[in-house]
Design a protein around this ligand. Structure first.
Ligand code: ADP
Ligand code: MG
Length: 366
């Protein structure tokens, strides 16, 4: 997806900073624009500023500097109930003394909607999340997954244009989480809702989102669609945080256009793509995905540099083989290969040569 101008953005953060104590910035110069209908995930470690950003967008916190715009208008000027924002949180408890139906009725009553229209919307809202038969239950009579479905239905019942979700599936078991991930993205796209979703789970972010903003230390480290984020990380933090990654450290010896030669600290030399290095002599951490490592020499480019490796461990995982190698002085270098009929199964103790296409090996910041 191309960059979006602030003018046609539905949500825009412009140079937003946030400090709670007047000293430390927990959000630093944040710029972000979202078109209408986008599903964007803020992904990052705990404390990186994700919830703070969501709270500022919802209007529960104010920015220390900068501006947040909703549909072109500064958000401070719009009273919360006119923002049309639905919210779902991990621990956003349903009102326990109300039935499911009453829980969904609440946001509609607040907006002054009449009884018959309310009833129709409640039924439609419950059916959307396959909970049509549960209107008269109380939250305590529902499982965790069912409660979270109701929380989702309540956030959507007044047909908001923007929905904010903060780790909504964090408390659920893996299988339920995966089912709900799928349902949430389907619903959001079907209803054309713009969604900002917060999680620290990278798989969740990759599978659900149109774009992912990777947060660390109050800054967006990279904002990109999932495939781009995984295949083209722009710095070492993103390469390490998203997916599995092999990292080797060294010094840039030569840069020729789209190629560079890196001398590893072990003394060996490899080919890489210069991504986040500027000049010969820079220290770099090169990043290679385990499934892009090649040990069949015939599949490498002529003249490609290779490294000597010793097989330490072979793990059979059914669909793939996971092999751990000692390479360039490190002993946790991982190679993943598909379980194809002609695929070689390496044995511990075996000595091999490994290599890769230079474009699959990214020279990043050290
Ligand atoms: N209400 C608050 N008062 C003071 N500090 C806060 C408050 N909320 C969050 N923080 C601090 O701001 C930083 C970012 O927190 P948060 O936005 O919750 O991160 P995340 O959601 O990514 O885990 C953390 O260092 C956290 O301790
Ligand atoms: Mg949080």
């Amino acid at each position: 997806m191309a960059d979006h101008q602030t003018s046609d953005a539905f949500v825009a953060f412009e140079r937003v900073q946030k400090s709670y104590d007047g000293e430390t910035l927990v959000v630093k110069d944040l710029n972000l624009t979202m078109p209408k209908g986008e599903f964007l995930t803020m992904l990052g470690p705990s404390g990186s500023g994700k919830t703070t950003c969501l709270m500022m967008l919802a209007g529960f916190e104010t920015a220390t500097h900068g501006e947040i715009l909703l549909d072109g208008k500064p958000i401070n000027n719009i009273p919360p109930h006119k923002r049309g924002i639905g919210m779902v949180f991990q621990n956003y408890a349903l009102f326990p003394h109300m039935t499911v139906g009453e829980n969904l009725s609440f946001p509609l009553e607040v907006r002054g909607m009449g009884k018959s229209e309310r009833e129709e919307k409640i039924m439609r809202g419950l059916e959307r999340v396959q909970m049509g038969a549960f209107a008269n239950r109380r939250p305590s009579q529902l499982s965790g997954g069912q409660q979270q479905r109701i929380a989702l239905a309540r956030a959507l019942v007044f047909e908001p244009e923007l929905v904010l979700m903060d780790e909504p599936l964090g408390a659920l078991d893996k299988q339920l989480r995966e089912t709900l991930q799928f349902e949430i993205t389907h619903l959001a796209h079907e209803l054309g809702i713009t969604t900002v979703y917060v999680t620290h789970d990278q798989t969740e972010a990759l599978t659900m989102s149109d774009r992912v903003a990777v947060f660390d230390d109050g800054r967006i480290q990279q904002l990109a669609p999932p495939d781009k984020l995984y295949e083209e990380p722009m710095n070492s933090f993103v390469a390490q945080f998203i997916g599995e990654n092999n990292a080797l450290e060294g010094v840039v010896k030569e840069i020729k256009g789209d190629l560079c030669v890196v001398q590893l600290d072990s003394g060996e030399v490899i080919d890489a793509k210069p991504v986040n290095v500027n000049k010969v002599g820079d220290r770099t951490r090169v990043s290679i995905r385990p499934e892009r490592v090649e040990f069949n020499k015939s599949r490498l480019q002529e003249g490609a540099h290779t490294l000597k490796a010793e097989v330490l461990e072979f793990i059979y995982m059914g669909d793939i083989f996971r092999t751990r190698l000692r390479v360039a002085g490190i002993d946790d270098f991982i190679v993943k290969t598909r379980n194809a009929p002609d695929q070689e199964r390496l044995r511990p103790g075996q000595q091999i040569d490994i290599g890769w296409l230079p474009q699959d090996c990214r020279a990043l910041d050290a």
